[in-house]
Write a protein that binds this ligand. Structure first.
Ligand SMILES: Nc1ncnc2c1ncn2[C@@H]1O[C@H](COP(=O)(O)OP(=O)(O)OP(=O)(O)O)[C@@H](O)[C@H]1O
Length: 609
């Protein structure tokens, strides 16, 4: 690692996003070096540039390892990582579906922070439109009062779930209206907005007009199971069809723009069928941002809400200029959404940005639905799973772990409380918790709780070390590619190998009746297992931040060591000889007692009239 020059304070002043949070020393150094234009390898080694005679960069070398750097070993020049969840409608309290997207985005961004990225994680609420006005009226409240109440509930839930967002944008924030007006103006000046009459079937639940192909029999919305209403309005339209070719080329050529692959095919199908202009204003809805050129109409909620990703990055009153946005992380590395709102993100949104002349997001990832009886859990149907009950009974780590491991990210998943308890108990309580506790118990009994050797002295061909090193690489790739379930499978593989290793080596036998040499080998076996569990804690930390902190504490680290963790800490060799551990106590309590959830039956099992 290169020697550090310059002060941490000066760096944090130049990069204010970091001032608000503790970042690890290595991440800070990495960011700082990159900000100075120094190329840095992913393992944080500083690279030396090798130039041709005319000063063109030919390659980079790491003098410490004597290795030439390749594309895959050089840390990306972009040190930002910008990810979003949808801005959730505030028609009702958040439920496990909203929580699912948010915990996935949280795990993804926690991983990127560990890698030393400057993360902007944006979430928030979509507060305008007919659906919200209707929900407020039902409660006899003004829309703003209703929104304030539901927003408090969203924010409270995110706190309970340890969601570490950087910006929470509300579409009723004053700064958001500035952005919406500026972009609308730009698109208008481009000649992409015109007035026309619209006739069609409208689903208030989706806040969208539906084609015949998007409705079930009797004009029902397949998601909300309510009949779409026939409407005729004079609206302003956005000329999406002008961008047909560009959008089609984007999706055809950039295979990672829409993921997973099945969703990409779906989008390609929509685009190939021909893009139709869409209406971006509502004459009959007063709860929204008035169109400056025609205040009798308000901006359509989707045109309004998508721009929330932009206003979330900007300070109060700042217009969305490209350079300003770029310095704050634009464009998004990934918009994480449910498959219900893929069309808005993969088709409408690129069209709007192309028109406004702004860079497009790098990826739209559409995950599947948490379902009840095969139907999407949702606020409108009311067939929801209450996250607060689960959190109160089992804690956030268990909930985060279960949903991110058991539901393949991108596919649908059902929930059963019994299965949830079985999975969490088998892995977090048994494979990891018991293994740690048992090993620390042996360490206390036979080595007075102090590590008799450094983990670095475990031979590279030790079977547990070999599996751990392999799975760390697998987990990193999986986290990067948003295969969260695979990242967690890699962690499970290390813990399972740790348990097997313990059974095979059986160090307790050597401690009882072994020779000195056998006792020494048994001591090293304990260090090996504890190092593997330490690595498990690092790998799990994006998903189970509390448990990982507990494991670090049990291994004798101070809280700052855990708070300053980086992905580099997943390398073998962290535990030092002589490290003292406190008396062992369980780091994860088994989930037991009465079951606490019962999913209400769907209100809309039959199409409502
Ligand atoms: N059942 C679900 N499974 C997974 N994600 C969901 C689920 N329900 C909602 N979400 C997340 O919330 C987003 C939709 O937000 P929205 O506020 O419309 O929630 P909703 O509960 O689906 O509302 P409604 O039922 O009124 O349509 C989805 O794109 C997804 O990110």
């Amino acid at each position: 690692m290169a020697a550090l020059h310059g002060s941490r304070e000066a760096f944090l002043a130049a990069y204010p996003l970091h001032a608000s949070r503790k970042i690890s020393w290595s991440s800070w150094n990495l960011l700082r070096l990159r900000a100075q234009g120094t190329r840095v390898a992913r393992d944080y080694h500083v690279l030396e540039d090798i130039r041709t005679r005319n000063q063109r960069l030919s390659s980079s070398i790491c003098r410490a390892c004597s290795n030439y750097a390749t594309e895959s070993t050089i840390a990306s020049d972009r040190d930002h990582f910008f990810a979003t969840t949808p801005l959730y409608y505030v028609n009702a309290e958040p439920h496990m579906g909203s929580a699912y997207t948010t915990m996935a985005a949280d795990a993804i961004t926690r991983f990127q922070r560990l890698r030393g990225k400057r993360v902007s994680f944006v979430t928030g609420t979509d507060e305008h439109g007919e659906k919200i006005a209707e929900a407020a009226a039902k409660k006899g409240q003004e829309p703003q009062q209703h929104c304030d109440g539901v927003v408090a509930s969203f924010k409270g839930l995110w706190e309970e779930m340890d969601i570490q967002y950087d910006s929470f944008i509300r579409t009723t924030d004053a700064k958001h209206a500035v952005v919406v007006r500026a972009i609308l103006d730009r698109v208008w000046e481009k000649g992409d907005i015109y007035k026309a009459k619209y006739e069609g079937y409208y689903c208030v639940g989706c806040e969208a007009y539906k084609d015949d192909s998007e409705m079930e029999g009797d004009h029902a919305c397949p998601i909300h199971k309510t009949r779409c209403v026939e409407r005729e309005e004079e609206n302003y339209f956005f000329a999406l069809s002008k961008y047909q070719q560009q959008i089609q080329r984007l999706i055809e050529e950039d295979k990672s723009f829409v993921q997973p692959a099945a969703r990409r095919n779906e989008v390609l199908g929509w685009v190939e069928a021909g893009l139709r202009d869409f209406s971006i204003s509502r004459a009959a809805v007063s709860w929204g941002i008035p169109i400056p050129r025609d205040p009798a109409q308000t901006v359509y909620v989707w045109f309004d809400a998508l721009l929330g990703y932009m206003s979330a990055l900007l300070p109060e009153g700042i217009e969305p200029a490209e350079a300003e946005l770029a310095s704050r992380g634009w464009p998004a590395d990934v918009h994480i959404v449910g498959k219900d709102i893929l069309r808005f993100h993969a088709v409408y949104w690129p069209g709007m940005l192309l028109s406004a002349g702004l860079p497009l997001p790098r990826k739209i990832f559409a995950h599947g639905f948490l379902t009840k009886d095969g139907m999407k859990m949702g606020k409108s149907l009311g067939n929801i799973l209450e996250p607060r009950k689960l959190l109160a009974a089992y804690g956030s780590d268990a909930v985060r772990f279960y949903f991110l491991k058991e539901v393949v990210f991108g596919q649908d998943g059902d929930f059963s409380e019994q299965r949830f308890r079985d999975i969490v108990n088998a892995f977090l309580a048994n494979s990891v918790g018991n293994l740690l506790n048992r090993t620390l118990g042996l360490l206390r009994k036979n080595c007075a709780g102090t590590l008799p050797a450094a983990a670095a002295s475990v031979p590279a061909d030790n079977p547990l070390r070999a599996v751990a090193e392999l799975e760390v690489t697998a987990a990193a790739e999986a986290y990067k590619e948003l295969r969260l379930h695979d990242a967690l499978e890699a962690v499970v593989a290390i813990a399972n190998r740790g348990n097997l290793y313990m059974e095979q080596v059986a160090p307790w036998t050597a401690f009882k009746k072994g020779t000195d040499e056998e006792k020494q080998a048994a001591e090293l076996a304990l260090v090996t297992v504890l190092e593997a569990v330490r690595i498990v804690a690092v790998l799990l930390s994006p998903v189970t931040p509390r448990l990982s902190g507990e494991i670090y504490g049990a291994l004798g680290y101070a809280p700052e060591a855990y708070e300053g963790l980086s992905w580099g800490d997943a390398s073998w060799g962290g535990l030092s000889e002589g490290q003292a551990t406190p008396p062992p106590k369980p780091v994860f309590a088994r989930l037991e007692g009465d079951l606490v959830t019962e999913i209400a039956a769907s209100k809309g099992a039959a199409v409502a009239a």
